[in-house]
Design a protein around this ligand. Structure first.
Ligand SMILES: Nc1ncnc2c1ncn2[C@@H]1O[C@H](COP(=O)(O)OP(=O)(O)O)[C@@H](O)[C@H]1O
Ligand SMILES: [Mg+2]
Length: 257
């Protein structure tokens, strides 16, 4: 058996793009760090939005998550501090785009990240993985390395269909590759309380997945979309806005769960 890092590993996953994975990974990470839980954020998306959103230039990172996957570097060599005390980032790099093809021939190609995480530094209490918008080899690596899946879901008509597919993937990974993989929760994002659609979707997702929908709702909040262009989490950018409050509430709910 591989050594397993003691810290919980939360994969932020949804095969759909634009649902709030990166926003959640950055701001949950910042909120956890703020309440005294040193957190490691791994940017596993070749688009590197978590990296640039935290103010690091993905083109300039000499070492990235790519080198972690190939075993060329350890977490300690790759990780970089961010503007948030207690939040450390393993940056992504555009080169990661070719990794799915390159790594396809490797032995135990779905366990590369899990192996690398065995070297998680002792002080880290929580690991968050920001996944790409697909269920390819990179996301599979995240699911094999993770202890739980956090599933941001937009309040839209097709939400249930996407969730059904993710739950099927969860079962598949549990039965074949990672029996300890739990569901951290389904997180409803960009929630607009003024629309009937948002409440209807929330109700039907709760009915279909009664144990998994988190109480915390992430509101649609323009501060959340502005923060990354300043290279900051919303906790630094506007600590009192509704988006910051929502991500603090999410951190609290997940810590208590
Ligand atoms: N709660 C929110 N309120 C307003 N804008 C949001 C919110 N969550 C995400 N966004 C914006 O929506 C877009 C997609 O979000 P992102 O987190 O990048 O999704 P993903 O990583 O799933 O592709 C981004 O421009 C982001 O700033
Ligand atoms: Mg993203």
């Amino acid at each position: 058996m591989l050594a397993i890092s003691a810290a919980p590993v939360i994969a932020v996953v949804n095969q759909k793009g634009g649902v709030g994975k990166t926003t959640t990974a950055i701001n949950l990470g910042a909120a956890l760090a703020e309440v005294g839980h040193p957190t490691l954020l791994i940017d596993l998306d070749p688009q590197a939005n978590s990296t640039s959103g935290l103010g690091l230039d993905p083109a300039r990172a000499r070492l990235s998550v790519y080198h972690l996957l190939t075993g060329e570097a350890t977490i300690e060599q790759v990780a970089q501090p961010t503007g948030v005390a207690g939040l450390t980032l393993v940056p992504s790099h555009i080169d990661l785009a070719g990794a799915e093809i390159e790594l396809a021939g490797e032995q135990e190609r779905e366990s590369l990240l899990r192996k690398a995480l065995a070297g998680t530094p002792d002080g880290i209490q929580i690991v968050i993985i920001d996944c790409p918008p697909s269920l390819g080899l990179l996301t599979l690596n995240a699911l094999v390395a993770a202890t739980s899946m956090l599933i941001p879901t937009q309040c839209e008509y097709f939400a249930l269909e996407g969730l059904r597919h993710l739950m099927y993937t969860h079962q598949l990974v549990r039965s074949r590759l990672n029996p300890r993989l739990a569901i951290a929760g389904i997180l409803m994002t960009q929630f607009d309380a003024r629309t009937t659609l948002a409440w209807d979707v929330l109700q039907s997702v709760r009915r279909s997945h009664p144990h998994h929908v988190l109480d915390t709702l992430i509101p649609r909040n323009v501060r959340l979309s502005e923060a990354p262009s300043h290279g900051k989490s919303v906790i630094e950018y506007d600590p009192t806005c509704r988006g910051a409050a929502a991500y603090r509430a999410l951190a609290k709910e997940l810590l208590e769960r």
